[in-house]
Design a protein around this ligand. Structure first.
Ligand SMILES: C[S@@+](CC[C@H](N)C(=O)[O-])C[C@H]1O[C@@H](n2cnc3c(N)ncnc32)[C@H](O)[C@@H]1O
Length: 244
């Protein structure tokens, strides 16, 4: 197996053993999207959806296959996942597109070509992002929250699933706490797989402080609602809707 396959197979084992509570998160995501669809005015056109850091869609595809979407764009920094994701949505009755791109770059694009004078980018109704935004640093998260607000229709929704720090918790304390959690509870993974996850989170994860990021989002013009919070005080789902 190459590097990508090894990393991805470890992530699949984490998901399959429900070590990050993906089952509860999936149920909460399904309820959030179905509730939002039901709240849209009658006669609304089918929603356009973007998935930032879509991965291989192994978990989300069953829901996506039955959603009445107008279109779906799956975007990921890693080109290798996109064919897996595309295979999951083969045959759906709405157009799908796939893009290898950084999610912050996408959020900052205000026009079709990237040239400010050209056609404005089409607003999106539903943005979903699961376990990807925590790779951005604090400044980048602020840029993301500010820019992505302008990619959404006024009645749209951003569903943000991610890991978050406890209010006031340092990144070092968060990382140490998560490593303890892996050592004590992740026996479903072999020792080398546990180490892979530890290496990844120690190097790349920059989860936001849950209270601070809510304040930042509100200052950027979002209404913030926690829809689900996991029992490990890390994984959570927030729904963000534009104010005014
Ligand atoms: C942990 S996986 C989650 C995949 C899927 N969303 C899920 O919840 O099962 C994170 C995904 O986000 C992608 N990713 C990480 N940082 C990204 C970025 N800055 N822009 C776009 N994709 C990113 C990774 O390549 C990976 O596919």
């Amino acid at each position: 197996m190459d590097f990508f396959d090894r990393q991805w197979s470890t992530y699949r084992r984490v998901v399959d053993a429900d070590l990050m509570e993906h089952q509860a998160l999936s149920a909460a995501t399904t309820a959030a999207i179905e509730g939002w669809l039901a709240s849209r005015p009658e006669g609304s056109s089918p929603p356009h959806m973007v998935d930032l850091g879509c991965g291989d869609l192994a978990l989300l595809a069953p829901l996506l296959r039955r959603l009445p979407l107008g279109s779906y764009l799956g975007l990921d920094l890693s080109a290798s996942v996109l064919p897996h994701a595309a295979a999951q949505l083969q045959g759906v009755p709405y157009p799908c597109a796939w893009r290898e791109q950084d999610l912050l770059t996408w959020a900052l694009e205000q026009s079709v070509s990237g040239d400010p004078g050209s056609t404005p980018a089409r607003p999106v109704d539903l943005i979903h992002s699961s376990f990807a935004v925590h790779h951005l640093n604090t400044d980048e998260k602020l840029q993301f929250l500010s820019a992505v607000r302008h990619r959404l229709t006024p009645t749209g929704m951003l569903l943000w699933i991610d890991v978050f720090r406890e209010p006031g918790e340092s990144r070092d304390d968060y990382v140490a706490r998560y490593i303890r959690r892996i050592h004590h509870g992740w026996q479903a993974l072999a020792a080398d797989e546990q180490q892979q996850v530890i290496d990844h989170l120690s190097s790349f994860d920059q989860p936001a402080d849950a209270a601070a990021i809510q304040r930042t989002a509100e200052a950027c013009g979002w209404r913030w609602q926690w829809l689900w919070r996991g029992r490990h005080r890390a994984e959570a789902l927030a729904a963000l809707t534009p104010v005014g």
